[in-house]
Design a protein around this ligand. Sequence first.
Ligand code: ATP
Ligand code: MG
Length: 251
Amino acid sequence: MNELMRVEDLKMYFGGLKAIDGLDLVINEGETLGIIGPNGAGKTTLFNAICGVYKPTGGKVIFKGQEVQGQPAYVMARKGIARTFQISKPLADLTILDNVVAAAGVHEYTGMRSYFRKSHTPEVIAKAEAVLEETGLTEVRDKKASDVSLGYLRRLEIARVLVTDPELIMLDEPCAGLSNFAINEVTELILKLKERKKSIVLIEHNLPITMKVCDRIMVLSYGKKIAEGPPEVVKHDKQVIEAYLGEEDEA
Ligand SMILES: Nc1ncnc2c1ncn2[C@@H]1O[C@H](COP(=O)(O)OP(=O)(O)OP(=O)(O)O)[C@@H](O)[C@H]1O
Ligand SMILES: [Mg+2]
């Protein structure tokens, strides 16, 4: 498998808090990597430090052989690193279709509103429509984002990522807070992307989902990697059971 991204000794400190504390990680092309770990383990911070939302305190992010750490989010997006947010942030007043159209301009424009105006071409609209079909959003394409349920919004987040033709898709808890039905729809969508050999990093609290869709799982605890491997191996790791699964059992 070809390496797509390599994270070396990555550190993200907030004052004295070591949210990411010297992390090494490889993401391979066409692989689905799961990231699990207790609340506050540093999963979202890892995404933020990779995607340029935060400037890492130290370490390297190497994407397709090039050092990219510390660059702003829009530069990372143009390089093909695309992520969803744990809390959906659609443009509430725009329709589902226009939200996807707006996201399509990431390679050309930086301001959301400005690229929405300029992206509204027949080609982009056709592409956005294809992505809506793929993500099961066609039935709500003309509804305002503020008027659809969370299940749709989570898939909208993924649609907005897909329309940019990303090389690396990073999903932050796309199933959190959803009904079992909506979880199934998101899981099926991820499996479809996986079939198409997309490179995916998935943060997910739900262990059965992670086990089902991921080729490999990395377990984070207090900003450090405590285990990594195929789902079946990670599931039986003693440290993982103590740090993570134990917590779930008590809940
Ligand atoms: N901007 C910030 N400023 C200060 N501390 C932060 C900031 N962002 C995150 N943290 C802290 O970093 C640690 C890791 O948080 P993070 O959100 O990455 O955890 P997580 O693994 O995504 O948790 P969850 O499962 O709840 O989403 C937490 O202690 C959190 O309070
Ligand atoms: Mg998080």
